[in-house]
Design a protein around this ligand. Structure first.
Ligand code: ADP
Ligand code: MG
Length: 283
C-alpha cells in the first residue's frame, strides 16, 4: 500500500454504490490503468472528533485484509482537507441483504455453505485479535454477480483490535440494534462473542427471510434480545428447516457470552461441519 497522498487525482469517481452512517461509497476508476475500485468517501466534518474511527478502520484492514480471501481488500487511502478516501477492491455483486430480499429466503444447503465461508473469515479475524462488531447482511458483499460469487466481509468501521483474550474488554454501546448481542445492551463489557451472536441473527434471517428480534419499538427490541425472546415462527416459514439448523442458531444466540460457541466451535457444529447428514426437515 502506498503512503497517504494529499490529492486524489488518480481516480475518477462514478456512480454511488452504497452509503452508511458516515460514508458514501462510489465506484472509482483508476485513470492510468482503467481499473475499477470502490471508493469510500468520508466527510471529515461529519466525522469531527471521530476521525480516529477511520484511522482504526485503516489499521485493522492493514492487519487482516490480505490474509483471507473473504475480507475486502484495502488498496489505497488518501485525504484532502475535506475528505478521507479509502479505495477497496470493487464488489460488483451487491449486498447479501439485497440477495435475501430478492430470493425471499435461502435454501438450507446454500445457507450452510455461505455461513461456513463467513464463519471461517470470522475465525480468521478473531485469531488476528480483532472483533468486527457490525456483522450484518448490509456489510457482506458479493465479489461478482455470479450466483456462486465469493462473499466478502466489509465495513470494519466499528471493529476493534483486542489486546487480550478477555471477554469483557469493550463497553461502548454500538452496532446495529437488530444484530447486537445482549451484553452490549446490558453494558456488561463485550468482545468476540458479539460477532457469533450476529452470525446467529444472520443465519436466522437467511433461512426465515426475516430477523428474529423485530419489534415495534427500540426498547421492546432491546428487551427481546436481552431475554433471548425469539421463536421459529410462523411455523410455515420454518417447516422445511432442519432441527440441526435451528440448533446452530440457538447455540449462536446463547445469552451468556461465556457459553456461546467460539468461531472455531461454531465451525465444528454439524450444520456447518457435516456435509451430508443435515437438511432433513423436522418430522
Ligand atoms: P458504513 O461504515 O458507512 O456503513 P460501508 O463500508 O458499510 O460504510 O459501505 C456502505 C455501503 O457501500 C455497503 O453497505 C455497500 O453497499 C457499499 N460498499 C462498500 N464497500 C464496497 C465495495 N468494496 N464494493 C462495492 N460496494 C461497496
Ligand atoms: Mg456498513
Amino acid at each position: 500500500m502506498s503512503a497517504p497522498q494529499t490529492v486524489p487525482c488518480q481516480y475518477r469517481t462514478g456512480k454511488t454504490l452504497g452509503s452508511g452512517t458516515y460514508a458514501i461509497v462510489k465506484e472509482a476508476v483508476h485513470i492510468k490503468t482503467g481499473e475499477y475500485f470502490a471508493c469510500k468517501v468520508i466527510n471529515k466534518k461529519l466525522m469531527e472528533g471521530r476521525e480516529h474511527m477511520v484511522r482504526n478502520e485503516i489499521a485493522v484492514l492493514k492487519k487482516v485484509s490480505r490474509g483471507n480471501k473473504n475480507i475486502v481488500t484495502l488498496h489505497d487511502y488518501f485525504e484532502t482537507s475535506h475528505n478521507l478516501y479509502l479505495v477497496f477492491d470493487l464488489c460488483t455483486g451487491g449486498e447479501l441483504f439485497d440477495r435475501i430480499c430478492a430470493k425471499g429466503y435461502y435454501y438450507e444447503p446454500d445457507a450452510s455453505v455461505l455461513i461456513h465461508t463467513i464463519m471461517s473469515a470470522v475465525e480468521y479475524i478473531h485469531d488476528s485479535g480483532i472483533v468486527h462488531r457490525d456483522l450484518k447482511p448490509e456489510n457482506l458483499l458479493f465479489r461478482s454477480r455470479a450466483e456462486d460469487a465469493d462473499i466478502m466481509i466489509a465495513d470494519f468501521g466499528l471493529s476493534r483490535i483486542m489486546d487480550s483474550e478477555q471477554l469483557t474488554m469493550l463497553t461502548e454501546v454500538c452496532g446495529t440494534p437488530g444484530y447486537m448481542a445482549p451484553e452490549i445492551f446490558r453494558k456488561l463489557g463485550h468482545s468476540k462473542p458479539v460477532d457469533i451472536w450476529a452470525m446467529g441473527v444472520i443465519t436466522y434471517f437467511l433461512l426465515g427471510g426475516y430477523t428474529p428480534f423485530d419489534r415495534d419499538s427500540p426498547q421492546e427490541e432491546a428487551d427481546a434480545i436481552c431475554a433471548g425472546d425469539y421463536k421459529f415462527e410462523p411455523a410455515e416459514y420454518w417447516i422445511n428447516v432442519s432441527e440441526t439448523a435451528k440448533d446452530f442458531i440457538r447455540k449462536c444466540l446463547t445469552i451468556d457470552q461465556a457459553k456461546r460457541p467460539t468461531a472455531k466451535q461454531a465451525l465444528a457444529h454439524p450444520w456447518l461441519a457435516d456435509k451430508r447428514a443435515h437438511f432433513v426437515p423436522d418430522p
